[in-house]
Design a protein around this ligand. Structure first.
Ligand code: TXA
Ligand code: MG
Length: 342
């Protein structure tokens, strides 16, 4: 299949909307990462998304809407808490998991009776959804297991020849995926941390927001199929949490500990590796600016892969606020290969 690169003009958006209505796949820009779009209400189209990505079919899609009136197609319960989050954060990087109407295909929800919904903050994509007049199912537009794409060319690297079109839009401002919040229980629970933090959500809702225990767990290793070892009843609410994710081709080690000591340990490891003839990539971010780390992280992993780096040495960030969301990705990328520096 020929993958077309489209722009964001009215003609391009019309073309992309047409492809979606015919059951095809179009990658689209958002403020977080690029998504791989299909008509969320069309079983066949959504099945193609799983196939194009090589994604396990029990890992559900986020459904993107352009107007809150589209929510009625997906759920019949819009609670006060949901309204508060919509008002505060949409369009923007917050995804809400809500009860799904029977009309929402179970292919889209990965067989669950809930559906994840968000309104992305990107003009071209909002225009696309409005033009097509459908809710847009869209996981991140990478091959399953690869780092999420933050440019159209990352998408092309992974999905060229597997999808109908890519809309080349403005670069992703945020760089990591949206915060996913389960709104189906009295206490909203974060299933995936993002740039919008637990504290921000709590403040808007005027109540405590929890974090799903699976987010905090540090499993020892992944098995060969990319699934986490599950001897401790690892049953995350968000199915995506149990799969290996965001992995660069290179080996990756995270150094945790006091910053000065971490730097020394990384320098020493680098020297040893170079002596063995390996090429080394270094990730060292400013703890005071975790937003910058979020923005850079996936793109940097892909850049290291392109360079053919053998090993990536990364310093852990402080796990609070946005740093917590970045570390969630970093741990997975490294397959929880962590070196504690005393
Ligand atoms: O920023 C984002 O959210 C990007 C852009 C494209 O919008 N999308 C994205 O989609 O990251 P994806 O499919 O890569 O990640 C969706 C996550 C997965 O971890 C999935 O398991 C979870 O959301 N999820 C989706 N529907 C769910 C549901 N009904 N219940 C629990 N978790 C769900
Ligand atoms: Mg993804």
């Amino acid at each position: 299949m020929e993958t077309r690169i489209l722009g964001t003009t009215e003609i391009d958006i019309k073309e992309a909307a047409q492809i979606l209505l015919e059951g095809g796949l179009v990658a689209f820009p958002t403020e977080t990462v690029y998504g791989l779009g299909a008509n969320a209400m069309n079983d066949e189209a959504v099945s193609k998304v799983y196939k194009a990505k090589g994604r396990p079919s029990d890992n559900p899609m986020i459904v993107h809407i352009a107007d809150s009136s589209q929510l009625i197609e997906l759920t019949d319960k819009v609670t006060g808490d949901m309204k508060k989050l919509m008002d505060a954060f949409w369009p923007g990087p917050v995804t809400m998991v809500v009860p799904a109407k029977p009309e929402v295909p179970r292919v889209t929800t990965g067989g669950l009776d809930t559906v994840a919904v968000r309104m992305p903050d990107n003009e071209a994509t909002l225009a696309l959804i409005a033009k097509a007049g459908i809710p847009l199912a869209g996981p991140s537009a990478n091959l399953s297991g690869h780092p999420s794409p933050t440019t159209a060319s990352h998408v092309d690297d992974d999905l060229h020849g597997r999808i109908e079109a890519i809309i080349q839009g403005e670069p992703c401002k945020v760089g990591i995926e949206s915060t996913v919040v389960d709104m189906t229980s009295e206490t909203p629970m974060i299933l995936r941390p993002g740039i919008v933090t637990k504290e921000q959500l709590s403040q808007v809702l005027g109540k405590e927001v929890g974090i799903d225990p699976a987010v905090l767990q540090r499993p020892d290793i992944y098995n060969n199929g990319g699934l986490l070892e599950t001897d401790e009843n690892f049953k995350p609410k968000s199915p995506g949490m149990k799969y290996k994710h965001y992995a660069p081709k290179a080996e990756m080690i995270i150094f945790e500990g006091e910053p000065e000591k971490v730097r020394l340990a990384m320098a020493e490891e680098k020297m040893n590796r170079v002596e063995c003839g390996q090429t080394v990539g270094i990730l060292l971010y400013d703890n005071e600016n975790p937003e910058e780390a979020a923005h850079d992280f996936f793109a940097q992993l892909r850049a290291f892969d392109k360079k053919g780096v053998d090993v990536i040495l990364a310093a852990a960030l402080k796990e609070d606020g946005v740093g917590f969301a970045v570390m969630n990705r970093m741990f997975k990328s490294a397959g929880y290969n962590i070196r504690e520096i005393e």
